[in-house]
Design a protein around this ligand. Structure first.
Ligand code: GS8
Length: 219
């Protein structure tokens, strides 16, 4: 019987984008279900009763939650092509370390950039750039974090590129001026169809962020 693969997702979610890219890299056919996070479906509550968040991958009826866990699962189940994690245990541990670093640092400091104003925003921008510079250092002169090919760390980070224009516009700064190598890396990733297809256009994310800011009375 063919595998039944469903992705419960939400277009602007950088976490959902990770799962979309990983499925694309492996060439997996799947059913995409867009979730209304303001009115969560019974299926989401049933499949992710602990966090009630997207993305959730449902593989033959069984849910897998948390985006990096999903990417790793996809890599392990469909292991016959496009490996995302290295095979060496030490290098796998390193890749997971950076995935965790991205999870702990990028989303929250990025959100503070577009949500705050004045001195708090200046502090947020400084912190956000510091995190990106650490990642730029880790990239070094490699084409991808994964080496010559897109890997786990690339998949973890590249979704946030679709949010760059929103960070820059609300924060009034240029990420490319601060981290040119990282932006060059992002453009390289975007040349891959699996990536460009999975990321919304930057102006769409900007419109989404504007909408969220209005809803919170921040504009
Ligand atoms: C984060 C998922 C998440 O925040 C992961 O999958 O990596 N650590 C998790 N999902 C958000 C949408 S993107 O901002 C979500 O589902 N939010 C709904 C809610 O908080 O109620």
């Amino acid at each position: 019987m063919a595998d039944e693969v469903i992705l419960m997702d939400f277009r602007p979610s950088p976490f959902g984008m990770r799962a979309r890219i990983a499925l694309g890299e492996k060439g997996i056919k799947y059913v995409y279900k867009e979730e209304n996070l303001a009115d969560k479906s019974n299926l989401l509550l049933k499949m992710n009763p602990i966090h009630k968040k997207v993305p959730v991958l449902i593989h033959n009826g069984r849910p897998i939650c948390e985006s990096l866990n999903i990417v790793q699962y996809i890599d392990e189940v469909w292991n016959n092509r496009s490996p995302l994690l290295p095979s060496d245990p030490y290098h796998r541990a390193e890749a997971r370390f950076w995935g965790d670093y991205i999870d702990k640092k990028i989303f929250d400091s990025g959100r503070r950039v577009w949500m705050s104003k004045g001195e708090e925003q200046e502090r947020a921008k400084k912190q956000f750039i510091e995190v990106l510079l650490v990642l730029e250092g880790e990239l070094g002169n490699k084409a991808f974090f994964g080496g010559d090919n897109l890997g786990f760390v690339d998949v973890s980070l590249i979704p946030f590129y679709s949010w760059f224009y929103a960070y820059e516009t609300f924060g009034n700064f240029s990420i490319e001026d601060e981290c040119p190598k990282l932006v060059a890396w992002a453009r390289r990733c975007m040349q891959r169809e699996t990536v460009s297809r999975s990321l919304p256009a930057q102006h769409q994310i900007y419109d989404f962020v504007l909408h969220v800011k209005k809803r919170f009375g921040l504009e």
